[in-house]
Design a protein around this ligand. Structure first.
Ligand code: NAP
Length: 392
């Protein structure tokens, strides 16, 4: 039996991870859970999985968790707070695998510490690799930590690349559903409501990634993530819009062969693959029914209506601290959109304006990356109220 820790256990990926653990009940034991403030879900998880350690974001959440546990007659685990708590979850001595599934930069330091502790990382929290890909992949190599992608596209690429020579791969092809505004005009996107933007056609996910899908920022973050996971330059990573989301991603080989991974749109598949790799096990999902797949269609992404994708390519090509800056600006602008402070189209304008203002530096240390992240958050924050944000 293998022991696992989960960062972000109360979120969409975290909850699905625990469903996979339930399905593979004789193979995995949960030793630590990290969450924010959703103590009702967390209390239920503690009662069912009995972890030794739990991390929550602050004292008030810890008190609420204890009350909720008392109400359920569950024995309280050891409780730690904030980033220190998440690091304790990520580096728990018994955990062999750490599922990194918090959202945004909050998962960065804990995930890095898990890598330094030589754990297997089942990585969903793509923002961490976008911020500090070099630091994380270098640390993984040094400490013998394996990073296995949970993101369905990268999980598909990982499967397609199994047994292939790096030199024989011509390009990686990430598929994108196109999100809820794929067929909408620029004006429709400009005036989109929060509800419309949260209405993803194929996947049920947390709010931040759902908005990233609506702007195609998510695909941009995935291009950067693919670079760090698989070692291909931006020129060898392409994106194709595939609205049905049946093909999760593909690789093209130098002889023109295309290898694709197909499956149902359920994250439990990718999560289980990352937990059990290199072994494949029966999962708990319905198989893909080809008689219900009426068509597989493809179209190029439209960078004019969805400029965030272009910004991500620019950040990857520039390297240094620019990807961390793009990520941080995007976290601020997406939250502002979710809070009803800005329109959807302003997300890209703020992201670009912050990138334009940034004096790029080598992303060689944790301190440099955290400083760039902080600067970008502050700079983006100052732009939220501005009537018009224009790029330099
Ligand atoms: N959902 C998907 O299908 C999917 C697919 C591919 C990749 N991903 C990636 O996976 C990550 C998680 O996505 P999600 O959709 O699962 O997000 P989500 O549903 O919003 O869950 C986020 C998790 O992070 C926790 N969290 C947030 N702020 C925190 C803080 N300050 N301290 C501690 N924990 C905090 C939340 O805790 P509380 O709820 O307790 O506050 C929750 O457990 C993202 O990076 C996303 O891009 C998700």
């Amino acid at each position: 039996m293998k022991s696992i820790s989960i960062l972000g256990s109360t979120g969409s990926i975290g909850v699905n991870t625990l469903r996979v653990v339930e399905h593979l009940q004789n193979d995995f034991r949960v030793v630590a859970l990290g969450a924010g403030g959703n103590f009702e879900i967390l209390a239920d998880q503690v009662r069912r999985f009995q972890p030794e350690l739990v991390a929550v974001k602050d004292e008030a959440s810890a008190e609420s968790l204890l009350r909720a546990l008392h109400g359920r007659g569950a024995t309280p685990p050891r409780i730690e707070l904030n980033e220190k708590g998440l690091v304790a979850v990520a580096t728990h001595a018994e955990a062999e695998t750490v599922v990194s599934a918090t959202v945004g930069a909050v998962g960065f330091v804990p995930t890095l510490r898990a890598i330094e502790a030589g754990k297997r990382i089942a990585l969903a929290n793509k923002e961490t690799l976008v911020m500090a890909g070099e630091l994380m992949t270098t640390a993984a190599e040094k400490n013998g930590a394996e990073i296995l992608p949970v993101d369905s596209e990268h999980n598909a690429l990982h499967q397609c690349l199994r047994g292939e020579q790096h030199s024989e791969v011509k390009r990686l092809i990430l598929t994108a559903s196109g999100g809820p505004f794929r067929t909408k005009s620029k004006a429709d996107i400009e005036n989109a409501t929060i509800e419309e933007a949260l209405n993803h056609p194929n996947w049920k996910m947390g709010a931040k990634i759902t908005i990233d899908c609506a702007t195609l920022m998510n695909k941009g973050l995935e291009v950067i993530e693919a670079h760090w996971l698989f070692g291909f330059p931006a020129e060898q990573i392409s994106v194709i819009v595939h609205p049905q989301s049946v093909i999760h991603s593909m690789i093209e080989l130098v002889d023109g062969s295309i290898m694709a991974q197909l499956g149902v749109t359920d994250m439990k598949h990718a999560i289980q693959y990352a937990l059990t790799y290199p072994v494949r096990q029966q999962n708990c999902l319905e198989p893909l029914d080809f008689t219900k797949v009426t068509s597989l269609t493809f179209e190029p992404p439209d960078l004019e209506r969805f400029p965030c994708l272009g910004l991500a390519y620019r950040a990857l090509q520039a390297g240094g601290t620019l990807p961390a800056v793009l990520n941080a600006a995007n976290e601020i602008s997406v939250q502002a959109f979710l809070d009803g402070q800005i329109r959807l189209s302003k997300i890209a304008r703020i992201n670009q304006a912050v990138m334009d203002l940034h004096a790029n530096k080598q992303a060689s240390s944790l301190e440099t990356i955290l400083a760039a992240d902080k600067w970008a958050r502050e700079t983006a924050g100052e732009m939220l109220g501005a009537e018009e944000v224009s790029a330099a």
